[in-house]
Design a protein around this ligand. Structure first.
Ligand SMILES: C[S@@+](CC[C@H](N)C(=O)[O-])C[C@H]1O[C@@H](n2cnc3c(N)ncnc32)[C@H](O)[C@@H]1O
Length: 470
């Protein structure tokens, strides 16, 4: 049976790599494959006959469960080969995975397989199918509840109320203004989700919520992000179907987003706090870059409250910086500078970056700015960055990019792109190749793209020295 054993092993290898034509070549025309009961709903149980039907069953197993069989051992007898192995399964939607040992008994006649009887537990496959086919999908429908729960805790001041230590439910409810009707469910839901710690009838922060949500004046503080997303973006995303039908932004009552944000000091501050929360990891990653050593000055274009720039300057005491944003950004910028103690080295310049030149510096940072605009404005901003730099100066562009393939690796970039549609007016998300082209057209060279933090990538480029280009 040596030849048959090789054929059986080749069958599993071919199935695993998805070469189903090669896999079914082992079967005779009348071959019968019987799969154990338990997966009828997925069409993966029962008896199929002939290479065509067997091939279809194998293809379906790969499609819905991404089955990858690994043979551990084969035992050959006079008429049959028993195969012991392990099949890994993985759900395409949720990525839920599992594995099950299997025992397949093969019978051969005249060198072709005529029967395979499979024995394995179907429980792991059923778990994956449940998560993928229903439970996982159903969970997606209510994910907004989690972000609204956390946003409500932030709005009501739950975490700062616990900054000095745990409190009994009644006292926490009184401090945060909770109505008795929902108070227990609200606090217990936060505890059940691991956002509060409950012990001996008292509620406290967890290490994560203490670090990121308990002190609105600290860096890091993510509460501003939850507050703004939960009030503004939640609302505009609720109108995504409308945006998809019309191509129109749904936010800010139809006004240009930054006009609306900067028309109301409360909204300006809320937006700036959201940006500061969103860029928490980015601040650390940017501040940790070696390249700052090569500059004396930096301009942060679209600096919002100046948290990015302040963090970079704190880490690099030799640097001086200018934050450039719409004039109404200044009060928030001043608050941040006071908090970081960077006042002596950091100044604010108010202006409109579409019409005003950028303040000159050795480095110009555009973080989450290009994404907001269409290609014409992106090119204009890169041209202004070029003008603001000395020869040898560097532009730094930070955004979440999409890959050319627009596959799973681009999911975050595609959602950002849809956010531009529904909440802003610019976009769409762009690729490394596109921004490289815009930078080169603006006169830059030495373009480099690297991962920075989270989904953000850093694109740097240099303004050539005049004798570089001759
Ligand atoms: C998405 S935020 C990015 C904030 C910050 N760079 C970050 O990464 O967290 C874009 C910034 O561009 C500013 N901005 C929008 N339009 C502008 C304009 N015409 N001139 C100057 N700044 C503008 C906004 O006020 C906002 O602070």
């Amino acid at each position: 049976m040596a030849h048959e054993t090789d054929a059986v092993r080749e069958f599993y290898a071919a199935w695993g790599r998805g070469d189903l034509d090669a896999a079914v070549a082992v079967f005779g025309d009348e071959a019968v494959w019987s799969a154990p009961p338990g997966l009828e709903d997925a069409g993966l149980s029962g008896v199929v006959k002939g290479p065509g039907e067997i091939g279809a069953l194998l293809a379906r197993a790969r499609e819905v469960l991404d089955v990858r069989p690994e043979v551990d051992e084969t035992v050959a007898g006079d008429e049959q080969i028993v195969v012991f192995g392990t099949a890994a399964v993985r759900g395409a939607l949720t990525g839920t995975s599992g594995s099950a040992p299997f025992v397949d008994v093969w019978r051969f006649a005249d060198g072709r397989a005529v029967e395979v009887a499979g024995r394995h537990s179907t429980a792991p496959a059923r778990d994956v199918l449940a998560a993928d086919g229903g439970d996982g999908l159903r969970g997606l429908s209510t994910d907004f509840m989690l972000s609204q729960l956390l946003r409500s805790a932030v709005d009501l001041g739950v975490f700062p109320a616990l900054a000095d230590g745990p409190l009994p439910a009644a006292e926490l409810a009184a401090r945060t203004g909770l109505h008795p009707r929902g108070a227990a469910d609200f606090l217990d839901a936060l505890a059940a989700l691991g956002l509060l710690a409950r012990a001996d009838g008292r509620y406290g922060t967890t290490p994560v919520t203490a670090r990121y949500l308990a002190d609105p004046d600290a860096d890091p503080y993510l509460g501003g992000l939850f507050a703004y997303v939960g009030s503004h973006w939640y609302w505009s995303w609720g109108r995504l179907p409308e945006a998809l039908r019309t191509g129109e932004s749904q936010s800010y009552g139809g006004a240009a987003p930054y006009d609306a944000i900067h028309a109301d000091p409360g909204v300006t501050e809320g937006f700036q706090r959201a940006m500061a929360g969103a860029s928490t990891a980015l601040r650390a990653a940017l501040a940790g870059l070696d390249l700052w050593r090569g500059f004396a000055t930096v301009t942060d274009v679209g600096c919002a409250d100046g948290a990015l720039l302040s963090r970079v300057l704190t880490a690099h005491p030799h640097l001086a910086g200018t934050g450039f944003d719409l004039p109404t950004a200044e009060p928030g910028f001043d608050r941040t500078v006071a908090r970081y103690g960077t006042a002596g080295r950091l100044r604010f310049a108010g202006g409109d970056f579409r019409t005003d030149p950028f303040p000159a510096a050795d480095a110009v940072l555009l973080a989450h700015v290009l994404i907001d605009w269409d290609e014409d404005v992106r090119r204009l901003l890169l041209a202004r960055a070029f003008d603001a730099l000395p020869e040898g100066g560097t532009v730094l562009v930070v955004d979440t990019l999409v890959e050319d393939a627009r596959d799973a690796a681009s999911a975050a970039g595609l959602l950002v792109s849809l956010h531009m549609l529904v909440d802003q007016r610019g976009g769409p998300s762009y690729t490394a190749g596109e921004v490289t082209g815009w930078l080169r057209d603006a006169g830059f060279d030495g373009v480099e793209v690297r991962a920075l933090s989270g989904f953000d990538r850093l694109v740097t480029a240099t303004k050539p020295k005049r004798n570089d280009s001759v």
